[in-house]
Structures are given as C-alpha cells and as structure tokens.
Design a protein around this ligand. Structure first.
Ligand SMILES: [Zn+2]
Length: 155
C-alpha cells in the first residue's frame, strides 16, 4: 500500500520519471524521531513485526485508542493517519504534523533527491504538486526515508 510520485509530464507525454513511493510506516515517536514499528528497527518498519509498546528513548506509551473503532467508525479524523492517507480518505498535508506517538509514513526514493528538487511532481492519482507542496504535504509526514532503492525499478 502506497502512493507513487513522478516528475510531472504533460498529459499527452509518456509517464514521467519515478521519484519514489510514500507508504504507511507504522507507529513512530515524533518527539524523538524513533520508530516503534518493526520492533524499533527502521529497516523493518514495513515488515509484520510487532511494534514496540513504548518509545525506547522517552518511554511514551502507545495510546490504547485504536485508529478504527470496532464498528469501523473513523476516530480522530483530524489527526494524521498514514493509512487513511494511503486509502485516499485523508488528503496529504491537511492535518497538523503529529507529536508524541502517532503513525508515520516512509518515502522510498527512486531517484536522488537533488534530481527531483525544484520540479513539479504528480502522483499516481494525477494530483499535481509543486516541489514546495510536495515537501510540505508529503515529505514532512515521511520522517523515514529510504535511499537504497535509487535507480531500482519498483512501484
Ligand atoms: Zn519518544
């Protein structure tokens, strides 16, 4: 589950170059910049590994409030939820940046950031972003970034 971003091209042109992919990356302590997902190992945030019960740096515990109630009602719709963003139920960048323990997204770069910087981007749903919008609405919510797939063809 994730959203791919490309360099903007005119609609009649072939697909733009792949910039990278934003994915939900589990629980994260935004105060300490520490992931709780993947057992606390940033390289394992996308694996099915139990998250840590608390931040190993500040000790804040994971709140018991689930993101979805048992009946499936959305809770805390005004708070950033990377899963809702990926499902298209929350628009990127329209919630305040989280503090404490909350969900985070990751961004897996397909090209060096310097190559994308300053360009207009388009996501796979045809939403267009200026570079500034992309930084503010997408990258700001992706405290985890991977550069080991640069130059690799993935989606
Ligand atoms: Zn912490």
């Amino acid at each position: 589950m994730g959203t791919n971003y490309y360099l903007y091209r005119n609609p009649d042109e072939a697909e733009g170059k792949h910039v990278g992919k934003c994915s939900a990356a589990g629980l994260y302590c935004w105060d300490c910049h520490q992931t709780l997902a993947g057992g606390g190992d940033v390289k394992k945030v996308h694996m099915e590994i139990k998250p840590l019960p608390a931040c190993p740096k500040c000790g804040k515990k994971v709140a018991l409030t689930p993101w979805l109630s048992p009946k499936g009602n959305l809770l805390k719709a005004n708070e950033f939820n990377p899963v809702l963003v990926q499902l298209g139920l929350q628009k990127p960048g329209e919630t305040p940046l989280p503090t404490g323990i909350a969900g985070a997204s990751s961004f897996t770069w397909a090209m060096p950031i310097e190559e994308a910087k300053g360009h207009t981007l388009i996501d796979e749903y045809e939403q267009v972003y200026t570079w500034e919008d992309f930084e503010r609405k997408v990258l700001a919510y992706c405290p985890i970034q991977f550069t080991d797939s640069i130059g690799v063809d993935f989606s």
